[in-house]
Design a protein around this ligand. Structure first.
Ligand code: ATP
Length: 308
């Protein structure tokens, strides 16, 4: 099993501490979402893992080895960093074939991955004529060319139409289902919630959270129960008797900080007529905003590089 291990990793550019002593592991068989505001250090971390930049200190390894020590890197880790940058005069087929030959990957993989990402019919067109969505698919084809156990994608849903976004979501789920280690950065909270099992959240070059998606949401957003009743006076009376506050919004009553397993039996026991009763599902976006606003380091306006 091939994990990504990041240990005490730092990267200091001349004026900026982009990555500030971070530790995390990315495990196989799940999709790990990599979140953080602009400038948090996500791309820098990915570049350090991929050996595109040297750490100032600490290590990043894939399957226990630094990227530069891996013999045939494309067969170990496939990455998509900036799909929009591909403006090749080559056809998609020739572009991938050159990568395959350089990494001793059989040429038949080129046709296989182009089919896999839905570019089979466009394989002989020049890459510079591709739309952003097609380039994104080509970038993913390149990442999968060596059938790698580890896949890292930086903002793969960026600029895609709804069909493309769904395709990315399904592809990520499939890759994790095949037992691969999948690390995906994104700004799109709704999207990340749709594909991620695990989350690593960076803020100002540090790890703010490293936890399962559902745990992350539960840790940062209070639960809330929603009730609709034909007898609001009775509802208020029963809740007040139990010391519970509720607020009304367009015909529904919302009970902050409570769950169904307490409110349901309470209302049933008191004979309150209930038309609707549900736990409200908190969103990843709410949880993320709670975390980042609670983090004074992040909320501060002084860049990390200028701290005393
Ligand atoms: N080559 C570089 N030289 C100098 N500073 C850099 C360099 N690359 C990144 N930085 C700085 O490091 C910090 C982290 O940037 P990084 O691109 O890793 O963040 P990010 O989380 O990927 O942001 P985004 O979501 O905007 O892509 C930023 O302050 C950025 O300006």
């Amino acid at each position: 099993m091939t994990s990504i291990e990041v240990r005490e990793l730092s990267k200091v550019y001349r004026r900026t501490r982009a990555v500030d002593g971070i530790d995390f592991s990315v495990r196989p068989g799940r999709v790990t979402g990599f979140l953080g505001p602009n400038g948090a250090g996500k791309s820098t971390t990915m570049r350090l893992i991929l050996g595109l930049d040297r750490p100032s200190s600490g290590t990043a390894t894939i399957g226990g080895r630094r990227f530069r020590d891996i013999d045939w890197p494309l067969r170990t880790v496939g990455a998509l960093l900036d799909a929009a940058a591909a403006h090749s005069a080559r056809t998609a087929h020739d572009h991938l074939l050159a990568l395959a030959v350089g990494n001793r990957i059989p040429a038949r993989r080129v046709t296989a991955v182009l089919e896999e990402v839905g570019l089979g019919a466009m394989a002989r067109r020049r890459v510079r004529t591709y739309s952003l969505g097609m380039r994104q698919r080509l970038g993913i084809a390149a990442a999968l060319l060596g059938d790698p156990p580890v896949v890292m994608l930086d903002e793969p849903s960026n600029g895609l139409d709804p069909e493309g976004i769904i395709w990315i979501r399904e592809t990520l789920r499939r890759l994790a289902g095949e037992g691969r280690t999948v690390l995906v950065s994104s700004h799109l909270m709704g999207e990340t919630a749709a594909f991620a099992d695990q989350l690593i959240v960076l803020g100002r070059g540090r790890v703010l959270a490293d936890t399962a998606l559902q745990t992350f949401i539960g840790d940062h957003v209070q639960p809330r129960v929603r009730v609709r009743t034909t007898d609001e006076a009775r509802l208020r009376e029963v809740l007040a008797g139990a010391g519970i506050d509720a607020i009304e919004e367009s015909g529904h009553w919302f009970i902050q900080g409570q769950r169904l397993d307490r409110i349901g039996p309470l209302l049933a026991g008191a004979g309150v007529p209930v038309l609707e009763l549900s736990d409200e599902q908190a969103s990843l976006e709410q949880a993320y905003l709670e975390l980042t606003s609670a983090d004074s380091e992040y909320a501060a306006t002084t860049p990390a590089s200028e701290k005393a």
